[in-house]
Design a protein around this ligand. Structure first.
Ligand code: AHM
Ligand code: MG
Length: 332
């Protein structure tokens, strides 16, 4: 490898990342590479399509959802300091240690997000969030390992697109790495990613317009009205139906991503999951200078009550999230 190239491992060491976190992140990269290998030949190996089962969310599991989950569990389980795993695909908390210590780690993950994109060969991703077990852990109440988002010590995702890219924060900004097939390493390619304060691009599934609350309708109506509307500027819309790909675009060129609570998902509390979708993406976006809100509060301040809890997600360029928060306030 030429001298100027920095591998993920060299980056972590240079940034004085703790040994246990380095070990865990290495295993997460191995899981990602394994998942990426499965994805590349999914259509040939008959692993596209439904597995014929539902996950805890009552959603149809794809064969690759299960394969990706198994890879994450397999690799993360080898790390001595990991005490527990919480996966989108598994109802229960998966305990690896009988007697977890406060410095031990817990990994919350969505092994394959956006899996409805698989059969049509569009981008998908893996999302992860890492916290310490912490001093408040109460053995008689295993839900006490569900920490509020601002206690994350690391978060990231791998996006499986034209390239396989890993984006990570350990609380010192956000850095992106691209997988190099030749050296079989992730190489630093996007140093200190930032979300510009202003943007002219938004992402939302507009087919739910009829179910939205007033603040979301108002915001999107104003974007659609463009230069002649109250915002006085042209907006572009992009929606990939894969949160990882949408957030990656926002980290690269700015924008706003919205999956609000609406009349359809009101009872569940939203669509996206707090522990392994909203929190890690919020941590990345905030570390890159953006903002992440439910419309009423900062996502990373939401108190978790269950491993698979759902939440409204509005994230991206700060100025636009402030407008969205303001519209929610005015509608109250
Ligand atoms: P999943 O975890 O079951 O894949 O669902 C999450 C995905 C997100 O990646 C994406 O933003 C959203 O669901 C798409 O939902 P919709 O199909 O309602 O547009
Ligand atoms: Mg998901």
């Amino acid at each position: 490898m030429s001298k100027q190239l920095v591998s993920f491992n060299e980056f972590l060491v240079a940034n004085k990342t703790s040994a246990s976190l380095v070990q865990l992140l290495e295993q997460i990269t191995l899981a990602s590479i394994a998942i990426s290998d499965h994805l590349k030949v999914g259509a040939i190996n008959d692993i596209l399509g439904s597995a014929g089962s539902d996950n805890i969310q009552g959603e149809v599991q794809k064969k690759l959802d299960i394969i990706a989950n198994d890879e994450f569990v397999k690799y993360c389980s080898t790390v001595p300091n990991v005490a527990a795993l919480v996966s989108e695909e598994v109802e229960e908390i998966y305990w690896l240690k009988d007697d977890p210590q406060s410095e031990d780690l817990i990994v919350y993950f969505d092994p394959l997000d956006g899996s409805s994109n698989l059969d049509v060969n569009l981008s998908v991703g893996s999302i992860f969030s890492i916290s310490k077990i912490g001093d408040d852990f109460d053995k008689s109440n295993e839900l006490s390992i569900l920490h509020v988002g601002n206690k994350q010590i690391c978060a990231g995702y791998t996006v499986y697109g034209p390239s396989t890219s890993l984006v990570v924060t350990t609380g010192n900004g956000v850095d992106g790495f691209t997988y190099d097939e030749k050296s079989k390493q992730f190489i630093l390619s996007h140093k200190q990613m930032t979300v510009p304060n202003e943007t002219g691009e938004y992402a939302i599934n507009t087919s739910y317009y009829q179910f939205w609350d007033t603040p979301i309708k108002r915001y999107v109506d104003e974007c659609v009205a463009g230069v002649n509307g109250p915002r006085g500027k042209k907006y572009n819309m992009r929606w990939t139906a894969s949160m990882v790909a949408d957030v990656h675009r926002i980290l690269v060129r700015g924008g706003v991503f919205m999956y609000p609570k609406d009349a359809n998902n009101q009872k569940a509390g939203g669509k996206l999951r707090l522990m392994y979708e909203a929190n890690p993406m919020s941590y990345l976006i905030e570390q890159a200078g953006g903002a992440a809100s439910t419309g009423y509060e900062r996502i990373m301040d939401v108190t978790p009550t269950s491993p698979h809890q759902r939440v409204a997600v509005l994230l991206g360029s700060k100025a636009e999230i402030e407008v969205l928060n303001q519209y929610h306030k005015e509608a109250e």
